[in-house]
Design a protein around this ligand. Structure first.
Ligand code: T1G
Length: 697
């Protein structure tokens, strides 16, 4: 018996206990242990078998570290079928998260019991595959097509109560999985229960699977796994069980071989690796109980909301009592969303808004907080005033953080007597919703202050990425470049609408011009004016149509017109007829003759610009590794997850081809298309960004 699965007899019941930390993944030893354990139980005269997991969870799925390697016997679907075929009564007792192959093992068992905190699910589509061990064949037989398709195509986790109501679980009982499992197995034996194989249950009625497939494909915005999983459920309804299993395996292997599986597994491991920084090893974060937020506008109120929801107390400092009350209003409206969704009870809402939240107009109120985040006007002079006052009133050891999206944290730190306590915490709006947090580390920021920034991010359920100091840090700096690339394509003949469509077809939720309308065109206008004031390289191509759009009062959704015209109640706008004349005038003024662009060329140029700037950001150490850039773009900029992030995408399409395209384009614009030294180095050495991730792990 492998130690991954322990074997024990208690009376007539054989116990198979999984012991493969941290999540009892169904690696080779575990699969072997289960098959051997079932055979042993049958050989030594047991009457029932109990399967459960030691540690924090029942099996949490196949071992995804084996993905991409040649599969080894026994294959997981065969393990499930072997369990189900046993003449003994097989009970699975679930706790933690019984996910993917874990739930499939449980569905291969004859009875399922769980503790109330257990969660189940088939999240395979979230990592680019689909249930491949009978999930699409057994679950529909248990819960019907509609529920099975919802569970499988959403990949969502389901609480024990809901799973019981669905019929996935037979019992939900307090206790340890071992206790409740043993008692249930004994009860089944005493009552003379028969073994109950789901594969022997009738398959549900078929539905219009073509329509369902197309609807799911459309919803996936280019992601194929959920749609192929629908074909798996279709096989359950239309084929005998064994044939259905074969069909599921074919579809599963097709996804295993897909780029999308590579992209999503990369995203899965990257979002976990991004918080593992060598400089934080063994560094304890400082205490975090009370935070101060300065500025109660959209950003400040969002940050305060996230902090309150995480259990932190918040002092919200504004200039006047009226402004402070307005901030409270924004916070209450944000929390109202959580109340409506049932994430907060009325009592919790009251607690947060009356006890945990304190309004203030005097800096002295920040004297005892552990960390302050300023979200005031994006002006260096204003920031310096704020930090000078914070330096005077905050207790020793308090962390002073700026939420600035591009200003120099080193310059801000230099105006305090405690530069080691100064850090950037760049939230993304709306701050209580967006998952990304850039932890911007200045030259003098202490290691435990960085660790506290990450600890705050974890507490607020954010995905935190370490960034160095530069204009725009990681995300906005790269955004600025690929947006400029799009603007250049407009000067040369593309339209904002063609660009938006090409990029939503590529998988972005929204194209860059729709995003600009959403964020507010005045933001980009201010950035262009600032950069012109700072001095723009004469070799850089400039354009005026976007400024004229703002001068004419078109700021996007907030004014009802931008690149698109927005009708009340409609999220998507229609092209604004005022835009193309401005573009055509700009082209004429620059003597440019517009040409056609294919969607492929639009995507290729846009992505090349993104990759090139990202390579500069990594090369300069602003981002620690390529995966840090991927996570930033995935979590803060709507990059399609099934492509893994811009640098994973670049590895998959091939760095040499990208570099060669840039060298061609540099003949027309040598300034914009200067290849990143890191990109040239990787191509010269035949390496990839993923190689770099492994080297700097
Ligand atoms: N395989 C290998 N390692 C895994 C793993 C898995 N399935 N799940 C987690 N880990 C590692 C993870 O990388 C991290 O490692 C550590 O465990 C703790 O994870 C045929 C083919 C279970 C809810 O998709 O959703 O079954 O960073 O930090 O927050 O149909 O992990 O410490 O080195 O996330 O408590 C289906 C994926 C697989 C579940 C726990 N199952 N995992 O969350 O801890 S495909 C999944 C999760 C499949 C079959 C198909 C979460 C979790 P390290 P963690 P957590």
């Amino acid at each position: 018996m492998s130690e991954a699965i322990g074997y024990e007899r208690v009376g007539d019941i054989a116990i198979l206990a999984a012991n493969n930390p941290p999540v009892n993944a169904l690696g080779h030893d575990v699969r072997n242990g289960l098959v051997d354990g079932i055979a042993r139980a049958e050989a030594d005269g047991a009457k029932a078998v109990l399967i459960y997991g030691e540690g924090k969870t029942y099996f949490a799925g196949a071992d995804i570290r084996e993905f991409g390697k040649p599969p080894t016997q026994p294959f997981l679907p065969d393990v499930c079928t072997r369990i189900e075929a046993s003449p003994l009564i097989v009970v699975s007792a679930l706790h933690g998260t019984a996910l993917g192959g874990g739930l499939e093992i449980a569905l291969g068992s004859h009875f399922r019991i769980a503790v109330p905190t257990a969660r189940v699910g088939l999240p395979e589509v979230l990592i680019g595959v689909m249930p491949g061990a009978g999930g699409t064949q057994r679950l529909p037989r248990l819960v019907g097509v509609d529920v099975a398709v919802d569970v499988i195509t959403s990949g969502r986790q389901i609480g024990a109560k809901e799973a019981l109501a669905m019929g996935v679980l037979d019992r939900v009982v307090e206790g340890t999985p071992r206790e409740i499992g043993l008692a249930y197995a004994q009860e089944l034996l005493d009552s003379g229960a028969e073994r109950r194989a789901i594969s022997e249950m009738p398959a549900p009625e078929a539905v219009d699977f073509d329509a369902l497939y197309n609807m799911v494909l459309q919803k996936g915005r280019g992601q194929i796994a959920p749609a192929l999983a629908v074909r798996g459920v279709q096989a359950c309804c239309e084929l005998p069980f064994e044939e259905g299993m074969k069909r599921e395996r074919e579809l599963f292997m097709e996804l295993m071989a897909s780029d999308q599986r590579q992209g999503m597994i990369h995203a899965f491991f990257s979002e976990r690796a991004v918080g593992k920084l060598p400089e934080l090893k063994g560094v304890a974060p400082r205490n975090l109980n009370a935070v101060g937020v300065i500025g109660g506008g959209t950003m400040g109120a969002g940050i305060a909301t996230a902090a309150l929801l995480s259990g932190l107390s918040v002092v919200m400092l504004e200039m006047t009592a009226e402004a402070a009350e307005a901030a409270r209003g924004r916070i209450e409206s944000n929390l109202g969303g959580a109340l409506k969704r049932g994430k907060l009870s009325q009592a919790q809402f009251e607690d947060l808004t009356t006890k945990a939240l304190t309004l203030a107009t005097d800096y002295a109120a920040l004297g005892d907080v552990d960390l302050v985040i300023e979200a005031v006007f994006e002006d260096m002079g204003v920031k310096k005033q704020v930090f000078t006052q914070l330096d005077a009133v905050c207790k020793p050891g308090a962390i002073l953080a700026s939420n600035t999206s591009y200003l120099d944290i080193n310059e801000i730190a230099a105006c305090t007597k405690r530069p080691a306590d100064v850090i950037g915490l760049h939230f993304f709006s709306p701050a209580h919703v967006m998952k990304l947090l850039e932890v911007v580390v200045a030259d003098k920021t202490a290691a435990d202050v960085v660790a506290t920034g990450f600890a705050l991010g974890n507490r607020l359920k954010k995905t935190s990425v370490r960034a160095g100091v530069c204009d725009g840090f990681i995300g906005n700096r790269i955004l600025s470049t690929y947006r400029t690339c799009a603007d250049h394509m407009i000067l040369d003949g593309a339209t904002p609408y063609q660009i938006d469509k090409a990029l939503t077809d590529f998988g972005f939720a929204m194209g860059p011009y729709a995003v600009a309308d959403l964020a507010g065109l005045d933001i980009g206008w201010a950035v262009r004016k600032r950069k012109r004031a700072e001095g723009v390289d004469p070799r850089a191509r400039d354009f005026t149509y976007a400024d004229k759009l703002c001068e004419d009062g078109h700021f996007g959704q907030k004014t009802g017109t931008g690149y698109y015209v927005y009708q009340a109640g409609k999220r998507a706008g229609v092209p604004n007829p005022d835009v193309m004349p401005l573009i055509e005038a700009d082209r004429a003024a620059q003597g440019l003759t517009p040409r056609d662009f294919s969607d492929d060329e639009i995507v290729r140029r846009y992505m090349a610009a993104m990759v090139n700037e990202a390579a500069k950001v990594v090369g300069e150490g602003i981002a620690r590794r390529p995966l840090d850039v991927d996570v930033t773009l995935l979590y803060g900029y709507g990059f399609p997850r099934y492509r893994g992030g811009p640098l994973k995408w670049a590895d998959m399409v091939g760095l040499p081809g990208l570099l060669s395209d840039m060298q061609d384009w540099a003949k027309e614009d040598g300034y914009f298309w200067q290849p990143a030294p890191l990109l040239e180095e990787l191509v010269a050495e035949g390496r990839t960004f993923d190689d770099l991730n492994k080297e700097t792990a």
